[in-house]
Design a binder for this molecule. Sequence first.
Ligand code: FMN
Length: 186
Amino acid sequence: MELAQLMRDRRSVHRFEPKEVPVDLVLELLDTAVWVPNYHMTQPWRFIVSCGVGKRRMAEAVRGMKERKETDPAKRQAAGQRFYDKIMAIPMIITVVMAEDANLIVREEDYASTSCVIQNFGLLAWERGIGLVWETYPWLLEPAFREAMDIRPGEKVIGNLHVGYPAQIPAAQPRIPAIERVTIYG
Ligand SMILES: Cc1cc2nc3c(=O)[nH]c(=O)nc-3n(C[C@H](O)[C@H](O)[C@H](O)COP(=O)(O)O)c2cc1C
């Protein structure tokens, strides 16, 4: 597909077919996706790919977090189980992690570069019929999640990418034409 059309057609996908995404393909796409501009070439990212029974590690951590948050003992188990089941139903989750530089400017530039990697990956995946959504739910910051996923001190979780073959493609949300946001000094 033509690149411009691919960019316009890509959607964030929330509902997936119950079908595994080939890990080899994802690794191939990530290896292309990392060809982003990156000032100082810090290449601060790493990716934790959870699929199949490998999702249990994250699902169990989330179940524990949700159970601890639920104040009504009668609802506790169901609250945790709901999130466990949600995680297990996602075909693949890629946790994108970034090494946080001590220098704020480098850190911001690194976040920009890592975001470019995610967008590259999303477009490459879309070209292969695979959808994803970039999720930033608050529990990505929780110690229980970090511990379960072996996120080290000095690393920031940029997001969880829910990846899979789309069961439903959401309608496009209109964009403000760029021309309305452009200043030209000609
Ligand atoms: C940094 C970032 C964080 C996001 N976090 C979430 C999220 O937590 N939950 C969610 O449903 N979508 C999230 N999204 C996806 C946006 O909601 C989505 O891109 C937007 O609604 C436009 O839809 P589209 O991607 O289909 O064009 C995030 C996107 C970005 C770039």
